[in-house]
Design a protein around this ligand. Structure first.
Ligand code: GLU
Length: 310
């Protein structure tokens, strides 16, 4: 087995330079703000259990969380419902696209919290009697994972709310099935706002590290969620986090992760580290092409594939 690099000295700029020439993949064009993303943006960041955060060049460039927010929405829903969210959303992989118009057969629940149906539901389950209160609750919760307040890109939030036809369809379907208690438009607006939250690779790595460290932000020492919630979230990231590419991801990278259409990927290696990679061009399953290559290389170099045996 190849010798392991130390995450404290591993050369993240060299890794970035290695994946940067890769030009495969397409930038998401679902809304103008995503279509305008710089296809050559590429950053890798690590956050360690002692709170140290390291990144390559561009580790401080902002991008919207998009689906990388889903693990955190699930965590907040579990926290605010005292675990009852687990009865309201399934936890099985779908083998289908992130926005498939499909609910669990027999129950009418969303298949899992990492696809759009599930995240629309988990965002609706956080504490708050109206959409503004729920959005504010989510902002507070995300801040505790990140260790700082995060801005929302209002234009992205607006356009995702306006143009997210499949999300509106999913919310209406869940209303019809009796699984969504809040209004469909309210649900889409709160979810769209969460997706439009801005982070950079360093911040996203710290959010991943908070999950990897049992729910405690390793930099601030603040507990974002109980240990059990962090464990539940990371488990579902492992099986469902990369949509219909989750099996391939787990074999090759072996670290629970969540991909997103902005080209961001958040990784949580329990007890070891959090990581984030971002680069907008996506493969057909909606995963950043450079992000996948960088994650594989990182897993290999640091020896953090979950199923590697020393
Ligand atoms: N905001 C995006 C949507 O709901 C997120 C999808 C993703 O990042 O995979 O369509």
């Amino acid at each position: 087995m190849a010798s392991r690099s130390d995450p404290r000295s591993y050369d993240l700029d060299a890794l970035r330079a290695r994946v940067l020439p890769e030009t495969d993949g397409e930038v998401d064009d679902s809304i103008p703000q995503l279509a305008d993303a710089d296809p050559d943006l590429c950053a890798v960041a690590l956050a360690l259990p002692d709170g140290e955060v390291r990144s390559s060049a561009q580790g401080d460039v902002a991008f919207s969380l998009q689906s990388a927010v889903k693990p955190f929405l699930f965590a907040l829903a579990l926290l605010d419902t005292d675990g009852e969210a687990l009865d309201r959303v399934g936890i099985e992989p779908t083998g289908e696209a992130f926005d498939a118009i499909k609910l669990e057969s027999g129950t009418g629940r969303p298949p899992n919290p990492m696809v759009n149906a599930g995240a629309l539901l988990t965002a609706s389950l956080v504490e708050g009697t109206d959409p503004d209160a729920r959005a504010a609750r989510i902002a507070r919760g995300l801040a505790s994972f990140a260790g700082r307040d995060l801005d929302v890109d209002e234009e992205i939030a607006h356009n995702e709310h306006l143009l997210g036809d499949r999300n509106h369809a999913l919310a209406h379907l869940m209303r019809a099935e009796g699984t969504m208690a809040v209004g469909a438009d309210d649900a889409v607006s709160v979810y769209a706002r969460a997706c439009a939250t801005l982070v950079d690779a360093e911040t996203l790595a710290l959010m991943g590290a908070t999950l990897a460290c049992g729910g405690v932000n390793p930099r601030t020492g603040e507990r974002a969620v109980p240990t059990r919630v962090a464990r539940d979230v990371v488990s579902v990231m492992a099986t469902c986090g990369v949509y219909d590419g989750s099996g391939r991801w787990m074999r090759a990278v072996g670290i629970p992760a969540k991909s997103s259409v902005s080209g961001a990927i958040v990784l949580a290696a329990p007890g070891r580290l959090g990581a984030a990679v971002v680069s907008p061009p996506l493969d057909s399953q909606g995963t950043s092409v450079r992000g996948r290559h960088a994650s594989e290389a990182l897993s290999e170099a640091l020896g953090i594939h979950s199923f590697d045996v020393e």
